[in-house]
Design a protein around this ligand. Structure first.
Ligand SMILES: [Zn+2]
Length: 102
């Protein structure tokens, strides 16, 4: 079973519990997945980086977050097809994506 470590704390396994945020790298916004514990701090760091670089900060929309998570879990499932935790996480995200926005 493959483990995907949180890139921020390098401790938590986020294979089946990832939280999408963003990083500012060389002026480019890149999506990144962190663990539950790191999420708020990572989002705050991104916001501060945006302000420092004159980029307007906007929170990630819920559907954009869900799409990123769907792609993330699909990739994890391709890496570890037998990992039931990932199947459950992906099914939950697809169920939430299927609910039309009000
Ligand atoms: Zn973390």
């Amino acid at each position: 079973m493959r483990i995907t470590r949180c890139p921020r704390c390098r401790a938590e396994d986020l294979t089946a519990d990832a939280h999408p945020t963003r990083l500012l790298q060389n002026g480019e916004v890149a999506p990144v997945f962190v663990c539950r514990n790191c999420f708020r701090a990572a989002e705050l760091e991104f916001r501060i980086a945006c302000e420092a670089n004159g980029i307007s900060y906007r929170p990630l929309g819920i559907r954009d977050s869900l799409r990123l998570l769907r792609d993330f879990y699909r990739q994890r499932l391709a890496d570890s097809p037998d990992d039931a935790r990932v199947s459950v996480a992906l099914a939950d995200i697809e169920r939430r994506l299927a609910i039309a926005p009000v």
